[in-house]
Design a protein around this ligand. Structure first.
Ligand SMILES: [Zn+2]
Ligand SMILES: [Zn+2]
Length: 103
C-alpha cells in the first residue's frame, strides 16, 4: 500500500478536519474535528492557511498541509478569495489615485 500525501497528513493530525475556524464558523473545541466530508466523502489535504489560487494551494509545502473537510475548505477558500479580490480592488484604486493625482 502506498502512502499518499493525504494519508500522511491524516495520520499526522489524527484524521480529523483541523480547521481552527478559518471557515468562519466557531468550532467547539477550537477545531472542526470532522472525520469525513459528508456522504462517503473523505477529507482533503490542504494548506493550513488557504491561498487565493489553486496553483498556490497545490504548491504549498507538505508540512503546511492539514486535513480539511470540504465544508470548511470551501468556506475558508471563499473567505480568502473575497479578501484577495478586495485587496486587488483597493490596490487598483490606489494606483488610479496615483495616476490622476497631479496636484
Ligand atoms: Zn471541517
Ligand atoms: Zn471550519
Amino acid at each position: 500500500m502506498t502512502t499518499t500525501v493525504l494519508t500522511a497528513v491524516l495520520q499526522a493530525h489524527a484524521g480529523r478536519c483541523a480547521c481552527p475556524g478559518t471557515c468562519g464558523k466557531e468550532h467547539p473545541g477550537k477545531q472542526c474535528g470532522a472525520t469525513h466530508s459528508g456522504e462517503d466523502q473523505p477529507l482533503l489535504a490542504a494548506p493550513q492557511t488557504p491561498h487565493a489560487t489553486d496553483a498556490q494551494n497545490a504548491a504549498a509545502p507538505v508540512e503546511t498541509l492539514r486535513p480539511w473537510c470540504w465544508t470548511c475548505w470551501r468556506q475558508a477558500l471563499a473567505a480568502v478569495r473575497t479578501r484577495a479580490a478586495e485587496q486587488r480592488r483597493q490596490q487598483m484604486e490606489e494606483m488610479q489615485i496615483g495616476l490622476f493625482d497631479v496636484a
